[in-house]
Write a protein that binds this ligand. Structure first.
Ligand code: TXA
Ligand code: MG
Length: 339
């Protein structure tokens, strides 16, 4: 199959809408990362997403909408908490897990009785949903297991020959996937950290939002994941990544002592010059949003440059940086050392 890459102008959006209405799949930009979209009402179309990504069938997808009325039939009910969060954060990088409704294709939910929904803010994502009039199931547009793509170029790298059309909407502004919060249980629970933080959710809900254990810890053998995506090694570059905790001086010493041929550093902005091996920077030390925006590109650059082993600077585990730490932990397969 030939894969076309087109600037996301009016005609390209119209072409995407035609493909989607016909049961096809299309890669589209969102404010978080690029996604592979299909009609969430069409099980056969959704299956094509799983095939294109090589994604395990038991990992459910997020349904993207452009207005609240689209929730009708997609979700079983809209709890009070969901109304408050939608009011505060939609359109934007927040996904809510709600009881599933009758219209959504079974393939989207991977057998669960809940469904993930989000209203993106990216103008191209919104234009495509509006043009086809369909709720769109869309996971990140990477091959399963590799870092989520934040540019159309990286989508092409993973998806060439696997889907007919990629809409190019430039670089994604957030850079990590949406915050996922479950509102299906008695208490709100953060399943995946993102740009919208636990603190922000708590402020709006005026109650405690629990943190899923899977955010910072590897699932134990036999344990079931609340968010199935958390159980897979994710976001991983080809290089072996180790997170090095401690201040910059201690980090430099650690790198000096452990560097071998093929070792690279994944460090904060402005630190490269002081390091004894080649390095890739991923945002300012004290700025979680900046780190989020650059992390996945940095991981892909390490592969492009042939890194064999990577020592990564450790982000904070609070605010937006919690999302960065969560993704980096998976890229590192939970290898963390104290310098
Ligand atoms: O920012 C994003 O959310 C991007 C863009 C394209 O919108 N999409 C994205 O999709 O990251 P994906 O498929 O890569 O991640 C969806 C996550 C997975 O961890 C999945 O397990 C979880 O959401 N999820 C989906 N439906 C769920 C459900 N019903 N219950 C619990 N977790 C669910
Ligand atoms: Mg993904």
């Amino acid at each position: 199959m030939e894969t076309k890459l087109q600037q996301a102008d009016g005609p390209a959006v119209a072409l995407a809408a035609e493909l989607l209405k016909g049961g096809g799949i299309v890669a589209i930009p969102t404010e978080t990362v690029y996604g592979i979209a299909a009609s969430a009402l069409d099980g056969a179309a959704v299956k094509k997403i799983f095939e294109a990504k090589g994604r395990p069938q038991d990992n459910p997808l997020i349904v993207h909408i452009d207005r609240l009325e689209m929730l009708e039939g997609l979700v079983g009910c809209v709890p009070e908490r969901a109304k408050k969060l939608a009011e505060a954060f939609w359109p934007g990088p927040l996904t809510m897990i709600l009881p599933r409704g009758p219209r959504v294709a079974a393939e989207v939910c991977a057998g669960l009785d809940t469904v993930a929904v989000r209203m993106p803010s990216h103008p191209v994502a919104r234009a495509v949903i509006t043009a086809c009039g369909l709720p769109l199931a869309a996971p990140s547009a990477n091959l399963s297991g590799s870092p989520s793509p934040t540019t159309a170029h990286y989508v092409m790298e993973d998806m060439r020959g696997r889907l007919p059309l990629i809409l190019d909407g430039g670089e994604c502004q957030v850079g990590v996937e949406s915050t996922v919060v479950s509102l299906a249980g008695p208490q709100a629970m953060l399943l995946r950290p993102g740009y919208i933080t636990q603190e922000q959710l708590q402020e709006v809900l005026r109650e405690k939002v629990l943190l899923s254990g899977a955010i910072l810890e590897k699932l134990k053998e036999g344990e079931t994941a609340r968010s199935p995506g958390m159980k897979y090694k994710h976001y991983a570059p080809k290089a072996e990544v180790t997170i090095v905790k401690g201040g910059f001086q201690a980090y430099c010493r650690y790198v000096q002592q452990h560097a071998e041929p093929g070792t690279f550093c994944l460090c904060f902005a402005g630190e490269s010059g002081a390091l004894p091996v080649p390095s890739v920077e991923y945002g300012a030390a004290q700025n979680g949003a900046d780190q989020a925006k650059h992390l996945f590109t940095a991981l892909r650059q390490l592969d492009e440059r042939g890194a064999k082993r990577v020592f990564a600077r450790c982000p904070a585990a609070t605010g937006v940086a919690l999302a960065v730490y969560n993704r980096l932990l998976r890229a590192a397969a939970f290898r963390v050392v104290e310098a």
